[in-house]
Design a binder for this molecule. Structure first.
Ligand SMILES: NC(=O)c1ccc[n+]([C@@H]2O[C@H](COP(=O)([O-])OP(=O)(O)OC[C@H]3O[C@@H](n4cnc5c(N)ncnc54)[C@H](O)[C@@H]3O)[C@@H](O)[C@H]2O)c1
Length: 271
């Protein structure tokens, strides 16, 4: 397992979901973690749970789609822990009322999804990079999706945001490789988080049955967990992946290996 002793990590959307599990895993491996999240109750709880176990965590209530808040998160990391080494741009939204074609998508919905899922990655990188540079380098990991590469119906803004994350990842990796700042993306399949449970609940019926159906659509026969994501992020943020930058890693139980023409596990999977 990677050792992050002395490292400072920022996780956006780190109160719940895969961000929460990844924040905890970083702390278990020695890091100090700054959790940036809108959800005050969940952020406070995450911070106090980590501290109760003897870990170092700081919750910064923030909407990271706003420049002032993004800057405040980075300032908080510097004030509390002395710098920034690793940024996990994880935050993302896919509101249940956003499943519409382009004509029916309100401009405000498009803007909000792009602001949270893509612009916040730009803002956090913009303010974190000067601090990462002071430490002699570091790693930025961007959470994209299988939807950055293929699509489902009626998700124009989400699809555009995730495709943008992958392109942005490649681009930043080029500019900052000479400064020992690696930039990588992950592409999760369906992961058991609040986001997916909300989508499953919107279908009506028993959520567990719906999640099992999503799982059946993945060749390994289950959906992923936040811990699956945390395990991958530990590797990508560590020196064990030091020859990797400017690319993305699928973490999808084989979902993207399955052709739409192949039948079999082709159930609808929520993501
Ligand atoms: N769950 C999946 O199946 C899945 C699949 C592929 C990709 N993803 C991506 O993974 C990432 C994490 O998703 P998740 O399922 O853990 O989501 P989640 O909804 O369970 O958790 C997201 C967290 O982000 C916070 N948040 C939302 N908007 C914010 C903002 N503007 N500023 C700060 N915090 C904010 C929420 O309060 C929450 O704590 C997202 O980028 C998502 O698009 C999810």
């Amino acid at each position: 397992m990677a050792d992050f002793d002395g490292k400072v990590v920022i996780v956006t959307g780190g109160a719940l979901g895969m961000g929460g599990d990844t924040a905890v895993e970083f702390v278990r491996n020695g890091a100090s973690v700054v959790i940036a999240d809108l959800n005050t109750e969940a952020g406070d709880r995450r911070e106090s749970d980590i501290r109760a176990e003897g870990g170092r965590a700081l919750f910064v209530e923030s909407d990271v789609a706003l420049a002032d808040d993004a800057r405040r998160v980075v300032d908080g990391a510097v004030a509390e822990f002395g710098g920034v080494d690793i940024l996990f741009n994880n935050v993302g939204i896919q509101p249940v009322d956003s499943y519409k074609n382009v004509e029916d998508t309100p401009e405000s919905m498009w803007d909000r999804i792009l602001d949270v899922n893509l612009k916040s990655y730009f803002l956090m990188a913009k303010y974190a990079i000067p601090e990462i540079r002071k430490r002699g380098g570091g790693v930025i990991i961007n959470n994209a999706s299988v939807q950055g590469l293929q699509s489902q119906y009626l998700v124009p803004a989400y699809a555009a945001s995730k495709g943008g994350v992958l392109s942005f990842t490649r681009q930043m990796a080029l500019d900052y490789a000479p400064e020992n700042i690696r930039v990588l993306a992950i592409c999760p399949g369906t992961i058991d988080t609040d986001m997916v449970r909300t989508v499953a609940a919107a279908e009506g019926g028993d959520i567990e049955v719906t999640l099992d159906r999503y799982g059946a659509g993945h060749p390994v026969g289950r959906i992923g967990t936040g811990q699956d994501i945390a395990n991958l992020v530990m590797f990508l943020a560590s020196d064990k992946s030091s020859f990797m930058t400017g690319t993305h890693v699928m973490i999808d139980g084989g979902y993207m290996a399955l052709g739409a023409w192949a039948g079999g596990a082709g159930a609808d999977t929520g993501q």
